[in-house]
Ligand binder design. Structure first.
Ligand SMILES: Cc1cc2nc3c(=O)[nH]c(=O)nc-3n(C[C@H](O)[C@H](O)[C@H](O)COP(=O)(O)OP(=O)(O)OC[C@H]3O[C@@H](n4cnc5c(N)ncnc54)[C@H](O)[C@@H]3O)c2cc1C
Length: 383
């Protein structure tokens, strides 16, 4: 018996992507960054120079201007070849779309386009110690002054807590026209009153997440992004897009583990025959493939519908929910069916599992996303 592996989804940019991954040793860097965590600045810069940041972002802003469905196929491939790190990095301009789509011309030119070129890292500060899923409970305030605002509050769970030069910070202007709804600001992390702290994580070590405290930080009004009180409306479409794109990343990573264990159980003999021929193992891996592929097609269809400007918040939520569930189970099977070696750090599966484990929490937790989907099914008036 020998394993007959399915082809990767095709794309005209696939070969160019593969040679970039090889030239920059991204698969090896994925492993190294887990053991020696740091922000991969040289790779970030190279990705920007070669057009691998912001695949779906407009050409005017320096992106590739690809439809979301194509961006998803390429992210799947990048994650399959080199793990979560560089695929997620590729999405960073998407994670900062509030700046790119609603910032002033000057903010876009000076900061957003430099982010897409890999020259400046912009983080996102939404979550707080007392509020993540429930955005209505966010408490950071932006008190108006003669020239701008004074920001006060604590942001938590933030990726690149120590490494981002700038962050999009969400706060409430208590006296704001829109009844204290969220307002977004672009905030230099070097300003007086900003305190940053690293909090070590289970996986995705390269992200160096942590807490950032803002103690009456003076932000000029030219750094406000869009209108006062309008930021929630800016960020919601971004969340739908990134959920569906992240789904492709988790599935790509899991496919790599699936292929590796499929080959391994073909070689490994137990009780006189290949492990793959023992149905408890072989059938489980066949089911994993069916679910990986079905979920990939679902994510792709969701992205195609987004490209057609259809409303797909429910499907984006479910695509990420399904993708993280299927990916974690597939990688867990790769650990299990590799036996003792699967549990060791000599094999890559444990790193992939730790990294993908962030998926059911970040960018909308599974429970919150199921709530989103349920509200669409039962047509809740507040959906
Ligand atoms: C790797 C990673 C990177 C991240 N990067 C960033 C970042 O850069 N910037 C940023 O702002 N945030 C970031 N986050 C934070 C992330 O968005 C939040 O952790 C997430 O939104 C959940 O919020 P919370 O941690 O406050 O949990 P909570 O909202 O307190 O939720 C705790 C638990 O309760 C469940 N729950 C919540 N509401 C309901 C409900 N109505 N019904 C049932 N169950 C519910 C949740 O699903 C979860 O299991 C990151 C998180 C991770 C893991």
């Amino acid at each position: 018996m020998s394993a007959n592996l399915p082809e990767l989804p095709e794309d005209p940019l696939a070969e160019e992507l593969d040679s970039f991954v090889r030239a920059r040793r991204l698969a090896e860097r994925y492993r190294e960054l887990d053991r020696s965590p740091e922000f991969p600045a040289p790779e970030f810069r190279a990705m920007g120079q070669h057009g691998w940041l912001g695949l779906d972002r407009s050409r005017e802003d320096g992106g590739r201007g690809l439809p979301l469905a194509r961006a998803g196929r390429l992210l799947y491939r990048l994650a399959y070849r080199a793990g979560t790190t560089f695929a997620k990095l590729s999405l960073q301009p998407g994670f900062a779309s509030v700046l790119g789509e609603h910032g002033s011309k000057e903010l876009v030119e000076t900061y957003y386009r430099r982010l897409v070129r890999g020259e400046v890292l912009v983080g996102n500060h939404l979550t707080e110690p007392e509020a993540g899923s429930d955005l209505r409970a966010l408490a950071t305030t932006a008190e108006p002054t003669a020239t701008g605002y004074l920001l006060t509050g604590t942001k938590s769970e933030a990726a690149f807590a120590l490494d981002a030069a700038w962050a999009i910070v969400y706060a409430r202007v208590p006296s704001g026209g829109a009844k204290g709804e969220l307002t977004a600001f672009l905030v230099s992390q070097e300003l007086r009153g900003v305190q940053r702290e690293l909090v070590p994580d289970l996986g995705e070590h390269w992200m160096r997440r942590g807490r950032v405290r803002y103690d009456r930080v003076a932000v000029d009004s030219s750094f406000r992004i869009g209108e006062e009180g309008a930021a929630l409306g800016y960020v919601l479409p971004e969340l739908d897009r990134e959920r569906a794109l992240l789904a492709t990343i988790y599935l790509g990573v899991a496919r790599a583990s699936w292929e590796e264990v499929v080959a391994r159980v073909d070689q490994r003999r137990v009780f006189g025959r290949p492990l793959a021929e023992h149905e408890a193992v072989g059938f489980a891996l066949v089911e994993d493939w069916a679910e990986l592929e079905a979920t990939r097609l679902y994510a792709e269809r969701t992205l195609e519908r987004m490209d057609r400007r259809e409303r797909v918040d429910q499907d984006a939520a479910l695509a990420k929910t399904m993708a993280t569930r299927v990916a974690l189970r597939t990688i867990d099977h790769a650990i299990q069916f590799s036996g003792g070696a699967g549990y060791s750090q000599e094999l890559i599966h444990e790193q992939r599992w730790r990294d993908v484990r962030s998926g059911p929490i970040a960018h909308g937790s599974t429970e919150l996303l199921l709530r989103t989907a349920a509200r669409r099914i039962w047509r809740s008036p507040s959906a």
